[in-house]
Design a protein around this ligand. Sequence first.
Ligand code: UD1
Length: 375
Amino acid sequence: MCVVGARPNFMKMAPILRALAAHQPKIPVLLVHTGQHYDMDMSKKLFVDLGLPQPDINLEVGSGSHAQQTAEVMRRFEPALDTHKPSCVLVVGDVNSTLACTLVAVKKDVPVAHVEAGLRSYDRKMPEEINRILTDQVADRLYTTERSAAANLQREGIDLARVCFTGNVMIDSLEASRAHARAPGETLQAHGLDAALLDSPQGYGVVTLHRPSNVDSIESLTAVLQTLLEVSRDLPLVFAMHPRTRSNIERFGLGGLLAGARIAVLPPQGYLEMLGLMAGAALVLTDSGGLQEETTALGVPCLTLRENTERPITVEQGTNTLVGVERTAILQGVADILAGRGKRGRVPEYWDGHAAERIAADLWQWIYGPATAGA
Ligand code: UD1
């Protein structure tokens, strides 16, 4: 039983489902969507872009506080487990749905495999960090995207026999879709915006922001929007805006800040649109985890508006720089890239488009292999 809930899960699950279907012998799958994300923009369109099949089960939990959302996923997932009795539950990433389904399954003695295990920001104010720590503690099989993850897990007392370095499934999706990425100009035009914005001599930058620490208080949101406004004087920006950010801008009355700026504000974009926008950009400004990895794979400089990252390999080997949220650091980061001093980076080990196949091979052995059968 494979579980998805929120946007960043979808690009991880798509290649896994393909690899499970292609495995010999075939590994039968039920796809569960918790419904944590439910908008056309945040969910349905991505299913189409990524070639994900319709979920077999949709729990339709929707939004709520962390407690409500996590509890609701647990409450609704339990009967699905009871009915279908899977031999394994596979979860990806670090969203509330990941932890909720893991907790339900392990307490029912159903083995759990966690894809993207062992990443740590060491910032417990991030809800995802709590989800990561708890999921990894109780899941049975842990698939990692970078080698540093195993050391994090070991530090938390996790037996390395549970850990398997398989690489980054997010990059499997990127490699599979790269050739079909949508041209950035078309994406702007589809929203009635002038594509000429992208033709400035410096090119353009792409922005995404949705972390509660950046967008949930009026002070932090105002500061970051003002900095973006300054950046846009040198570099036009395309801002694909998460619903959380959009509703906070409205709630805090900050809409006027971006009016008239060289910033194209778009709703959350499909996978192929986002890929095209990123691939063509001079730089990306983001607080997303996924974009830090995708820009590294694309070789596009990324400035991460956070103080820490759970994906250190993107900084050490890739194109990512942690600039934090302070105005001068962000402006300096942009200036450096525009002056040609952006990181070029290299693509990390096992970010090669074949991570899901390695997971399928291991999963089969783990669930049905002789070692497990004898255990
Ligand atoms: C969730 C994940 C985060 C991930 C992000 C990607 C957790 C703790 N957080 O954060 O790790 O990076 O997804 O987007 O699981 N909303 C809509 N339509 C939707 C979904 C949400 O309008 O389809 C709005 C609602 O107002 C909702 C808010 O966005 O309250 C936040 O959604 P939620 O799923 O709670 O968290 P995200 O911020 O999206």
